[in-house]
Write a protein of this length. Sequence first.
Length: 322
Amino acid sequence: MNYTKIAGTGRYLPEKILTNFDLEKMVDTSDEWIRTRTGVERRHCVAPEQTTSDMCVEAARIAMEEAGVGPADIDMVFVGTTSPDLIFPNCATLVQHRLGIPACPAIGMEAACTSFIYALATADKYIKAGESKCALVIGAECITKLVDWSDRNTCVLFGDGAGAVIVKASDEPGIIATHLGADGQYKELLYYPVGASKELHKAGTDEASIMMTGNEVFKVAVKTLGNVALEVLEKAGVAQEELDWLIPHQANIRIIQATAKRLGLPMEKVILTVQDHGNTSAASVPMALDVGRRDGRVKPGQLVLMEAFGGGFTWGSVLMRV
Ligand code: ACO
């Protein structure tokens, strides 16, 4: 059992869809601006009473069904999110309880948009160390609850959802290499100013929302994502042309195009969901993986590179055979 292999995937998207035309009525923007600058056409938004753990449970049930595993088969739970229900207990414990998964490690991963990749890379290490046989790994966000809906710089970008995978120890090739990184010097470019140590972005008020210097984030993201992709390929001794699919974090179509170009991959080899989902942060990569698998494009045995970049900055990639 030398590999960590995907045994099932699932996704959940909230019912409510907000289009660019809806946003035109809310802030000074246009469908044309949003589409050409970001690639986003619509996004799903959670209902006020819905939480991240609600969406995790829905996505996890689908992944478990496909993998043919029940709660008692799962021996680790990871939830990557930047919009957890609570500061504690962590979201993974809430999900574990609601799915009836017996006592096991339940780990919350907080690395902004890279949270799912961090979680999957960590699950891989536990499985390869022989300490886990079947792990539930989720990336989920209700990030629209953290957005200032009067700020056109950020509110047009984000959406909600959850993506889940079941990974198992396997003899067949699965995850081949992972690569994680972070550089904390960039905190001021992208952050959410609330925690146990509260930094209020509007002096004298309790209001908080995502703080982002978009164009600066853009520049570092383009540079970093290209490097991250090449580093994991080099680590695995795999050539760029061997890749069947790139499944990137869906933040911005222009960032994705730049990464694909750096890898010498045509856009036909990229799974794109940004147009329908917007930037769902930690949920974007597992949901895109699920979309690609379920519509039949991503086939068993193919070589897939997943990668993400987010606040921190954090970044990471996973190279695997599906
Ligand atoms: N509608 C119309 N005009 C707008 C809008 C909008 N929604 N938003 C900004 N503009 C205006 C700006 O005010 C600016 O106007 P000005 O020139 O008069 O000042 C102009 O458009 C250009 O603004 P820029 O910020 O330079 O535009 P840019 O081309 O960089 O696109 C964007 C902005 C889409 C945010 C881009 O920079 C981006 O995608 N950045 C990366 C975001 C990202 O990847 N985040 C990381 C993940 S999030 C996470 O980790 C939680």
